[in-house]
Write a protein that binds this ligand. Sequence first.
Ligand SMILES: Cc1cc2nc3c(=O)[nH]c(=O)nc-3n(C[C@H](O)[C@H](O)[C@H](O)COP(=O)(O)OP(=O)(O)OC[C@H]3O[C@@H](n4cnc5c(N)ncnc54)[C@H](O)[C@@H]3O)c2cc1C
Length: 389
Amino acid sequence: MIGAGAAGMMAASVAGKQGARVALLDHADEPGKKILISGGGRCNFTHLETSWERYHSLNPRFCQSAFARYGAQDFLALVEHYKIAWHEKSPGQLFCDGPASQIVAMLQAECRAGDVTWYLRHAVQQVTHDGHVFSIKTSHGEMSAHTVILASGGLAVPKLGASDLSLRIAKQFGLNIIQPAPALVPLCLAEPFPDLAGVSLPVTTSLGKKGVKFTDGMVFTHRGLSGPAILQISSYRDAGQKVRINLLPGHDILAEMQAACQRRPRAQAAALMEALPARLARHWAQSMMDKRPLAEQPGRAVRTLAERLAQWEVIPSGTEGYAKAEVMKGGIDTRQLSSRSMEVQTVPGLYAIGEAVDMTGWLGGYNFQWAWSSGVAAGLAAAERSRVL
Ligand SMILES: Cc1cc2nc3c(=O)[nH]c(=O)nc-3n(C[C@H](O)[C@H](O)[C@H](O)COP(=O)(O)OP(=O)(O)OC[C@H]3O[C@@H](n4cnc5c(N)ncnc54)[C@H](O)[C@@H]3O)c2cc1C
């Protein structure tokens, strides 16, 4: 098993408990570093509404079989078995009450129950296959195995140990890689709004008239835009694509401004955008109108202002990259994997799970659930294979 992160620990423990002899390798000095800092230190460990519609992938339905076998309720049952207290932050979104280290400790205990052998500080450099066994070259010499599970994650947050290992090995075995890119990541603007940095508000983000829409918080940053609604849409956006932002979702902006105009004919535009944070309203009005009261502005200007609030279009200059991304999108093409076992169709005994695979969840616990579910699928299948060999 290569990678003692969320997916790797889950797969190792499941395979071990099924009787397989499991070696769990990781170049880090401790397992599950991303789990430890996840969810602001409280680990948003699953989402009860997990389903394929909440994943971005070239082949999103691929995850269905793994979720059917081991879903959010199954992981929750494990958490409860370990008496880890949890709470539902927003509907379906589950967090630990205490530190995220409880989830790592739980997975370590599960690995102990499966008699898993740990090889921390073992950097895996290469994996080859002679048609019979795999050779795994590590910083501490070579190991061999009949089965290898790639669980070394994606490229997000290199300072937590992310590497391109799974992608490199997959390529070497002739697998197609869906172009990786940072996802759940803040967006940069060529001309950001430093004066507005820190201003936050609920918005709806989308990429066009069709497709996904996210209504959640947005925050202006020194480099551009962030907050959940931005992170979510970032996973779906291709480079160069514009993002549409409704700054007042749920409001009939034109009607509200016209009504406010009649109530307070001497007020200026900024004062009439009552639902916007004051700093943003002032900035918005100044950038689009002169100082005359809104009632004295031409009707066209008021309409344009309302339209711009409902459909602000930005073309981000880029993202804040892997350093700030919560996950990597893209990765190992699922069309070459078995959806039941995560085994590479052309290389029996080689499996790929977790973030290394082209299956990117929404914000809210979906990425861990994919790690747990794909880990269980591969762990069970690998143990079955080891019994046959
Ligand atoms: C700040 C942050 C917060 C997050 N919060 C949440 C959240 O609350 N809920 C949620 O669902 N998702 C969250 N995520 C996403 C989630 O952490 C990942 O989707 C998940 O960890 C992926 O699991 P994985 O096992 O595939 O990869 P990882 O957990 O990244 O594990 C990969 C392991 O492989 C090891 N490795 C890499 N290269 C090598 C090598 N060459 N040799 C040996 N070992 C290697 C790494 O050290 C690591 O331990 C968060 C991510 C970040 C960055």
